[in-house]
Write a protein that binds this ligand. Structure first.
Ligand SMILES: Cc1cc2nc3c(=O)[nH]c(=O)nc-3n(C[C@H](O)[C@H](O)[C@H](O)COP(=O)(O)OP(=O)(O)OC[C@H]3O[C@@H](n4cnc5c(N)ncnc54)[C@H](O)[C@@H]3O)c2cc1C
Length: 311
C-alpha cells in the first residue's frame, strides 16, 4: 500500500443499526448444555458476557437490533429437566423452558389456573408460542409480560439455581425494574411453582393491546373468592402500568368484605387508578393506561365472579 493510510475497520457501536434485520452482525460462541449443572458452570465461567437463549423470541430480536452483543450464548432448550408440567400435590410445577404452546394445551392449567391460560393464549401467535418459553417471558422482565399478572395473583414461586445451590423467590420479589430481576449473572430460573387455589376461586385475565399480536398497553389478572356476593378474598395484578408488573394491594384491601355491586366496582376502579404509575410510550399514553386500568380491573372482577357462580 503506497501513500494510503490503512484504516482499520471500526466495529460498529451498539447504538447504530438498531433495526430488526435478518442478520446478527457480530460473533459469539454457542453452547448447548444438556443439564442445569452444565448450564450453571458455563454461566459461572462466562458471567456477564454470556446470555441464556430459551425460545429466543426476545433475545434474538435484541441481538439483531444490537441492543446487546453477548459473547457467549447458552441455549437451554435441550435441557430436559427444564421442560415439564408436573402436578406436585400442593402446587403445579412448570419447567422454565416449557413452551407457551405446551402450557396453553395443558388441561390442568386451563382448569385450575384460568387466568394463566387466558394470558398465554393472548400472547403473540401460534408460531411464537411454539418457540417462546414461560421462563423467557419472566426473565426478560418486560413490565408488560403477560404471564406475570396471573402468576402474581396465584402467588407463584420461582426456583432459581446457581453455583451455590438453589433458592426459591416469591414472584412479587422477582422483578426489580424494566429488564431487571433478582437473577445474578450466573443463575438460571429453573421452575415456576403455582400453588393450587381453593376450589371456589374464580380467575380472569384481560389485555388491551393495539393489535392482536402486540405487547399489552395494559393487562390485568384477578383471582377472587366470594361468599354469596360478598368478597372473601381477592388478588389483583396489573402489567405495563409501572416499571414492573404490580399487585394492587390497596384495591384488594378495599374490596374484602364488600358486596360486589356497581358502586363497589366503581370505587375499586378509582383506587386502582391511584395505584398505577404508568408512562407514555409508543404503545399508549399514561392517561389512557390509568383510565383503562380501572375499567379492566372492574371487567376482570366481574368475569372472575361469573366463573365462581357457574361453579
Ligand atoms: C411477534 C412477537 C410477539 C410477542 N407477543 C408477546 C405478547 O403478546 N406478550 C408477551 O408478554 N410477550 C410477547 N412477546 C415477547 C416474547 O415472545 C415473550 O416474552 C417470550 O415468552 C420470551 O420467551 P423466550 O423463551 O423466547 O425468551 P428468550 O428470548 O430466549 O429470553 C428472554 C430473556 O430471558 C433470559 N432467559 C430466558 N430463559 C431464562 C432462564 N430459564 N433463566 C434465566 N434467564 C433466562 C434470556 O437470557 C433473555 O435475556 C412477543 C415477541 C414477538 C417476537
Amino acid at each position: 500500500m503506497t501513500g494510503e493510510k490503512f484504516v482499520k475497520p471500526i466495529k460498529p457501536k451498539v447504538d447504530i443499526n438498531k433495526v430488526n434485520t435478518h442478520i446478527i452482525p457480530f460473533e459469539f460462541e454457542y453452547f448447548e448444555p444438556r443439564t442445569v449443572k452444565e448450564a450453571v458452570e458455563l454461566l459461572t465461567k462466562y458471567g456477564g458476557e454470556a446470555k441464556i437463549l430459551a425460545g429466543g423470541t426476545d433475545l434474538i430480536v435484541r441481538m439483531k437490533q444490537r441492543f446487546i452483543e453477548p459473547k457467549y450464548i447458552i441455549n437451554i432448550k435441550k435441557i430436559k429437566e427444564l421442560n415439564f408440567i408436573e402436578d406436585r400435590g400442593d402446587y403445579l410445577a412448570i419447567g422454565a423452558a416449557t413452551k407457551l404452546r405446551e402450557i396453553e394445551k395443558s388441561g390442568i392449567v386451563k382448569r385450575k389456573f384460568e387466568a394463566l391460560y387466558e394470558a398465554v393464549r393472548s400472547m403473540a401467535g401460534v408460531q411464537i408460542r411454539n418457540m417462546a418459553t414461560i421462563g423467557g417471558n419472566l426473565c426478560n422482565a418486560s413490565p408488560a409480560a403477560d404471564t406475570a399478572p396471573p402468576l402474581l395473583v396465584f402467588e407463584a414461586k420461582l426456583k432459581i439455581v446457581g453455583p451455590n445451590g438453589e433458592r426459591v423467590v416469591p414472584i412479587n420479589e422477582f422483578f426489580l425494574g424494566p429488564g431487571k430481576t433478582v437473577l445474578k449473572p450466573n443463575e438460571i430460573l429453573t421452575e415456576i411453582q403455582i400453588p393450587y387455589q381453593p376450589e371456589d376461586t374464580g380467575s380472569a385475565f384481560i389485555k388491551i393491546a393495539r393489535v392482536a399480536m402486540d405487547l399489552a398497553k395494559v393487562n390485568v389478572a384477578v383471582a377472587l373468592r366470594t361468599e354469596g356476593s360478598i368478597v372473601k378474598w381477592v388478588r389483583i395484578a396489573l402489567g405495563a402500568v409501572a416499571p414492573t408488573p404490580i399487585r394492587a394491594y390497596k384495591t384488594e384491601e378495599f374490596l374484602v368484605g364488600k358486596e360486589l355491586n356497581e358502586e363497589t366496582l366503581k370505587e375499586a376502579a378509582e383506587i386502582v387508578k391511584t395505584e398505577v404509575k404508568p408512562i407514555t410510550d409508543i404503545r399508549s399514553t399514561a392517561e389512557y393506561r390509568r383510565e383503562v386500568s380501572g375499567v379492566i380491573v372492574k371487567d376482570a372482577l366481574l368475569r372472575a365472579y361469573e366463573r365462581i357462580s357457574k361453579g
